[in-house]
Design a protein around this ligand. Structure first.
Ligand SMILES: CC(C)(COP(=O)(O)OP(=O)(O)OC[C@H]1O[C@@H](n2cnc3c(N)ncnc32)[C@H](O)[C@@H]1OP(=O)(O)O)[C@@H](O)C(=O)NCCC(=O)NCCS
Length: 180
């Protein structure tokens, strides 16, 4: 059984490990090798996630998926939408699962649980930015996300292109997800 709950400081190490492993598995070939090799779950990334979880980073809510036998197997973070040009209410910033738990419906439940916690308006809208070339874009399409924008940016210091997926009514998406 897997539960979805707000992360605590005690989850920082598990989150940092999943973050580093997922980056290396997902972004190999999409980001430069040195960006992926520089990641350091034991030090820099865990400090970053400890700060995020201790509430010093405002408006950044983190949820974990916790498996009864395997502990924390994934996490997602989100908050108020950070973009200026897109006016969606909320944004999912990160969503990463341990590889061996992909394809079991856990990503969808984690995404919907966090979105449900974040959305405040009855017609609240949602967006997520995905690296161009990341197969996760098909996950967002399967959830009904529409491609709404593209931008150039940087990720871990590398120049990248990203695609935004948007949902105009998050509550509708959550209701659909509950029954499928
Ligand atoms: C993206 C991710 C969170 C999806 O989680 P998941 O548990 O594997 O996905 P689910 O099993 O919940 O799938 C939900 C739906 O999306 C579809 N889907 C998921 N990944 C897909 C893919 N790569 N290609 C096509 N469809 C996909 C599923 O078929 C399913 O469709 P259905 O509801 O019609 O049956 C997970 O694969 C992951 O952690 N990937 C690596 C990290 C990453 O890229 N994160 C996103 C950064 S923006």
């Amino acid at each position: 059984m897997t539960v979805f709950r707000p992360a605590t400081l005690d989850d920082a190490m598990a989150i940092a490990e999943i973050y580093v492993d997922s980056w290396r598995n997902t972004y190999a070939g999409l980001l430069p090798d040195d960006v992926l090799l520089r990641l350091d779950a034991a030090n820099r990334e865990v400090r970053w996630w400890r700060r995020a979880l201790s509430g010093r980073r405002m408006d950044h809510l983190v949820y974990v998926a916790e498996h009864a036998d395997h502990g924390v197997i994934g996490f997602a973070s989100g908050g108020a939408s950070r973009g200026r040009e897109l006016t969606h209410e909320i944004e999912i910033f990160t969503l990463y699962l341990r590889d061996e738990f992909h394809g079991r419906g856990i990503g969808k439940k984690l995404f919907l649980s966090l979105s449900e916690r974040l959305v405040t308006r009855s017609d609240g809208s949602l967006l997520v930015w995905v690296l161009d070339g990341n197969p996760a874009r098909y996950f967002y399409e399967a959830l009904g996300g529409k491609c709404i924008a593209r931008r150039n940016g940087s990720m871990g210091g590398a120049e990248i292109e990203e695609i935004a997926y948007g949902w105009e009514n998050v509550r509708e998406l959550i209701e659909l997800g509950k029954y499928s």
